[in-house]
Each structure stands twice: as structure tokens, then as C-alpha cells.
Design a protein around this ligand. Structure first.
Ligand code: NAP
Length: 493
């Protein structure tokens, strides 16, 4: 682990295994930290913050340090991509062409945006004075990340905090700590002062909970499940911490009767199996206009048949394994429940046999048609490549049903009718709405949730604002001993 600029083991000496999900084999072990290590990392981050070695240097100097990290990451892109694939089971096609280049772009954007973050400072609001808003760092930010985008989520959550002058204690998911530890090496090489960026590896129940309760942690930036998000809200309340939550999703994918079905079915495959079906934005609920239902299902199944589920390290693999055996059992359970609750299996549903990867945590892309909107495959986040297809009769019905879940992260609408598209944009209660596409989020645009998908913001200037306090500063311009508004006390002459 990386604490206060040093590479250390857990105080207890404990270690934990890290596996390759495509084979189930152990590929590394890392320290298994507990509360003692968490406290040590917080002390380092607090001392670094208070010393001002990072919080009080200029945004330009912080940006330059982060640009050095971006440059090193770009140079080392292939090695990082291979490592991320090995540790997560994501396809190499995805890590090389998406996770890594996009993360580099995210770092560059965030580093640059740190220099243009400002607060209101304009004209006079009252005649006798002038005001300004200062944006100041919050302090020590504990960043807790999930296993589905280990490096990208580290960037999304830690870098806005860093560029605005905070110091960070990072806890990656226990399944996938490897690229975050490699990132710490780049931070060290880039000359980020010691104590500013710390990484501890260990179970969320011990390390994460300690960070959430620690009085010297000023903010939690969490990306993960809604369930753990709720727990962190409770724990953070003890010290009235700022708790920024980016949680689960259950994205609807609405196809109206005038949609380009070729484009919609192509987008549906990508939206459903990207990241092996473990993306918080995955399209999962397909509301298809009844006149197009049969054709859409036919195209979807035809295209899924062509998707290659195999070794994620092979360049033409389209889908790799799930992250773990327990995730595999969970997804199988949802498929069974969906069928029991009235669903009709249209495609997949099994575990593919991949030579050399017999113990990997694979599952076939699966299509289930259901009329039961209360079914668990419609209402709950499965986090696997399960396409739930539903019938809809019109736009209003599709919007209403789309909104009838606890989540509100991403949604898409497929139509050529601009009026209908704009009505959907207005009425879908989701943090992102795509029209005739599903998944892209440029670095400049916010990624944020509605409802139980959380209330944090990643990317864009909003993610930086979230990591700052705002301070109002008021200057008297009169120099008078008795200001005009003192009449409240002294009375009018
Ligand atoms: P998770 O189980 O909530 O775990 C996320 C992180 O929290 C891990 O580092 C985990 O540590 C830690 N943790 C677990 N229990 C904790 C506790 N009691 N106190 C503090 N920390 C604790 O989520 P996941 O399974 O890794 O990730 C999948 C979830 O993330 C999905 O729900 C997905 O939708 C969501 N997600 C959301 C976004 C978004 O932008 N909104 C992006 C990506 C993923 P351990 O690994 O040690 O358990």
C-alpha cells in the first residue's frame, strides 16, 4: 500500500488474494488493511493537507503535476490496459480503446478545469461593500471505488479532489486493487508530495467503515452499490461529513415505432454487454413499441449470436467473464427468478464453456421477455448481461414505466421524432438521457444520479465544485466607523 509516500504492508501483516476472473486463479496478493492502517493513512493525508504543500500551491502547479500523471499513463497505456483486463475480465478491446484512453482524457480535462474554477465576484451587491466567493478545499477526502471500472473510478473521484487542493485516501475494491496501486506509482514519479495521495487495500467493512467514521476525514467520495451508499450516509452522519454518492443504475432503453431498428438493436448490444454487463449505465430494460417488438427481438438475438464470449485478453473477444463466482451465482439467480416470475427466455441463460477458462466466471448474454413490471429483473440492478425486453404502447407509457424504479442514472430514447425525444428528455428522471445512443459521456459533461442512484457528480466542472467549500468574503468600502446599516442597533439619526 502507499501511505505518506512510502510503500508499506498492513500493520497486521495480513494479505488478501487477487484473482483473474477469466480463470479464477490467484494472480497477486496485496495487503489486507484494517482500521489501524486506515487511521495511519488519514493522519498522513491530514498532515499533508495542513502543511499546505498541496492545498496552498497554485491551481496551475497542481494541474501541471496531474498533467505529468496523464502523460505517464498515456505512455504506459498498454501495460495498464493489460493489467486492468487481467484483474477485471474486461475485454482488451475495451480497456485499450475505451477505459485507458478515456481515463487519460478525464485526467487532462480535470487538471485543466482546476485552473478555471471560479466563484462569483462581480459588481456591488450593496452600495457600501463588495463581495467575493472563494472556493477552498474541504480537507481529507476518502475515495472508495467499485470493481467495475477500477482505474477510471479512481480518476473520476480522486482527481477532482486533488486538483482543488484536497488530500486523498483511496480504498479500491478488494477484487481489483492492481491498477490503483500502479497509479500510485505514477503519482509518486510525478512528484505529488508525500501524504497527498494514499492508497490502502482492504475490506470495505473494516477500512471503508473506519474512513467513513473518522473525524479527520472531511468528505467521502463513494462510487458503488446503493446498499453500501446508504450505510456510508449513516456512518458519515456521525461527524456530519460531506458524503458524495454515485450508486447503482437500471437504465431504460426506449424504442418508439419510428426508430431506426438497425441502429437501435446495434446500440442495444453495446449498451447491454459493454463491460461484460457490469456497467452502472448498461441498458437493461428495453421498452419496445408493440409494433416493432418482434423485429427488434429478432435483430437483437441475431446480433448477440455474433458476439464472441471468450478470453478477455484475445483481441476479438466481445465479452469476458463476470468479476466473481458470487456475481455469477447472483446473475444466474436473477435469470431463474425472471423466468419464474413470468418471463420467457429468448436467448442465452447458460454458462458458456471456454477452453482453458473452465473455472472462469462466465455467463451467456441473456434475453428475457416479460410483461411483469414488478419482476425482480425489471426492478433490481442485476449487474450482468441480462436484457429484459418489455412491450410498450406509447411514449407516455414508456416514460412512466422507466421512472418506476428506485434508480435514476442513465436512460435512452430511440426515435426520429424530435418533439417526442424532447418530451422524454424532460420527463425521464435520470441524470443522463441519450437520444439515439446509449453510454457516451464526454469528460466535460456531468455524470450524476437522480433518486437512489445517488447525488454526487463525476466529470465536468460540477465534480470539482463538489470537492470545495464556498466562502463568502465581504469587504467594507466606506471606512466609516458607523456603517449605514447599523441603524438596526443605533437607530436612524
Ligand atoms: P460495493 O459492493 O458497494 O463496493 C464498492 C466499494 O465499497 C468497494 O471498495 C467495497 O470494498 C466498499 N465497501 C463495501 N462495504 C463497505 C462498507 N460497509 N463500508 C465502506 N465501504 C464498503 O459495489 P461494487 O459491487 O464494487 O460495484 C458495483 C456497484 O457500483 C453497482 O451497484 C454499480 O451500479 C455501482 N457503480 C456506480 C457508478 C456510478 O457512476 N453511479 C459507477 C460504477 C459502479 P470491498 O471491495 O472490500 O468490499
Amino acid at each position: 500500500m502507499f501511505i505518506d509516500g512510502e510503500w508499506v504492508t498492513a500493520a497486521s501483516g495480513a494479505v488478501m488474494d487477487v484473482r483473474d476472473p477469466s480463470t479464477g486463479k490467484v494472480i497477486a496478493n496485496v495487503p489486507s488493511a484494517d482500521q489501524t492502517d486506515a487511521r495511519r493513512a488519514v493522519d498522513a493525508a491530514k498532515n499533508a493537507f495542513e502543511a499546505g504543500i498541496w492545498s496552498k500551491i497554485s491551481p496551475g502547479d497542481r494541474a501541471n503535476a496531474l498533467f505529468r500523471v496523464a502523460a505517464m499513463l498515456e505512455q504506459d497505456l498498454e501495460r495498464f490496459a493489460k493489467l486492468e483486463t487481467r484483474n477485471t475480465g474486461k475485454t482488451i478491446k475495451q480497456t485499450l480503446n475505451y477505459d485507458l484512453p478515456y481515463s487519460v482524457d478525464n485526467v487532462k480535462y480535470i487538471a485543466g478545469a482546476g485552473r478555471v474554477l471560479n466563484g462569483d465576484a462581480m459588481a456591488e451587491y450593496v452600495v457600501e461593500g463588495t463581495s467575493a466567493v472563494r472556493r477552498e478545499p474541504i480537507g481529507v477526502v476518502a475515495v472508495i471505488t467499485p470493481w467495475n471500472y477500477p482505474l477510471m473510478m479512481a480518476v473520476w473521484r480522486a482527481f477532482p479532489a486533488l486538483v482543488t487542493g484536497n488530500t486523498v485516501v483511496m480504498k479500491p475494491a478488494s477484487y481489483t486493487p492492481l491498477t490503483t496501486l500502479e497509479l500510485a506509482k505514477l503519482m509518486q514519479k510525478a512528484g505529488i508530495p508525500k501524504g497527498v495521495f494514499n492508497v490502502i487495500t482492504g475490506p470495505g467493512g473494516k477500512v471503508g467503515e473506519e474512513l467513513a467514521q473518522h473525524r479527520d476525514v472531511d468528505m467521502i467520495a463513494f462510487t458503488g452499490s446503493t446498499e453500501v451508499g446508504r450505510r456510508l450516509s449513516e456512518l458519515g452522519a456521525g461527524t456530519v461529513k460531506k458524503v458524495s454518492l454515485e450508486l447503482g443504475g437500471k437504465a431504460p432503453f426506449i424504442v418508439l415505432d419510428d426508430a431506426d431498428l438497425e441502429a437501435a438493436s446495434e446500440g442495444a448490444v453495446v449498451g447491454g454487454i459493454i463491460n461484460n454487463g457490469q456497467d452502472c449505465a448498461n441498458s437493461t430494460r428495453y421498452y419496445i413499441h408493440e409494433s416493432k417488438l418482434e423485429k427488434f427481438q429478432e435483430l437483437l438475438v441475431q446480433k448477440l449470436r455474433q458476439a464472441r464470449v471468450s478470453d478477455p485478453a484475445e483481441p476479438d473477444t466481445d465479452m469476458g467473464p463476470l468479476i466473481s463466482q458470487s456475481q455469477q451465482s447472483r446473475v444466474k439467480g436473477y435469470i431463474e427468478a425472471g423466468i419464474k416470475q413470468g418471463g420467457r427466455l429468448m436467448f442465452g441463460g447458460g454458462v458458456p464453456k471456454i477452453p482453458g477458462h473452465e473455472d472462469g466466471y462466465y455467463i451467456e448474454p441473456t434475453v428475457i421477455f416479460t410483461e411483469n413490471h414488478q419482476s425482480s429483473i425489471v426492478q433490481e440492478e442485476i449487474f450482468g448481461p441480462v436484457f429484459t425486453v418489455l412491450r410498450t404502447s406509447n411514449l407516455e407509457d414508456a416514460i412512466k414505466k422507466s421512472n418506476e424504479v428506485i434508480y435514476g442514472l442513465g436512460a435512452s430514447i430511440w426515435t426520429k421524432d424530435v418533439t417526442k425525444a424532447m418530451r422524454a428528455v424532460r420527463d425521464l428522471r435520470f441524470g443522463t438521457v441519450w437520444v439515439n445512443d446509449h453510454i457516451p459521456v464526454p469528460s466535460e459533461m456531468p455524470w450524476a444520479g437522480y433518486k437512489q442512484s445517488g447525488h454526487g457528480a463525476s466529470l465536468s466542472r460540477y465534480s470539482l465544485e463538489e470537492c470545495t467549500y464556498i466562502k463568502h468574503v465581504y469587504f467594507d468600502l466606506t471606512g466609516a466607523v458607523r456603517k449605514s446599516w447599523y441603524h438596526q442597533i443605533y437607530g436612524k439619526k
